[in-house]
Write a new protein. Sequence first.
Length: 168
Amino acid sequence: MGTSVKLSGFRELERELQKLSKSAGKTTLRRSLKKAAKPMAEAMRDRAPRGDTASDDLAESIAISTKLSKRQASRHRRMFRNNRASVEMFVGPGPLPQAIYTEFGTEPHVNKGKYAGSQHPGTAPQPYVRPAWDGGHDALLKRLKEDLWAEIRKSIKRAEARAAKAKG
């Protein structure tokens, strides 16, 4: 089961970004991505199961960041080894071990360690990331488009004002 998303307007966007310095362009992209992703993170927090301490930690760990944990980063590098995107933003749970088990559940299995040999019944999936994406990715992309254009215009105006001040 795949998801397809149609994106347009990147040529125009790239043309406008080239009017900015590299650092200003990256800052503009990061600011826009973070702003557009906030409702997605909130939707994940709202859908994350609550009740016991571990689940509460899960909902509280959901964040928007440019950084990954060591484990997440090593997996990300393996997946995107040849892709050197200029700006990346990540939305989702922190490096809690229960995050993936909560989303996808577990199958029945024989325990190891302290309870070795006993049968674990497995856990039912309690998805919170995928439903948030399915319900909000179109809105996220629309917000990103609007915010990005607004941020680019502001950054270009600031750059032009600085250039005029330097000349003047």
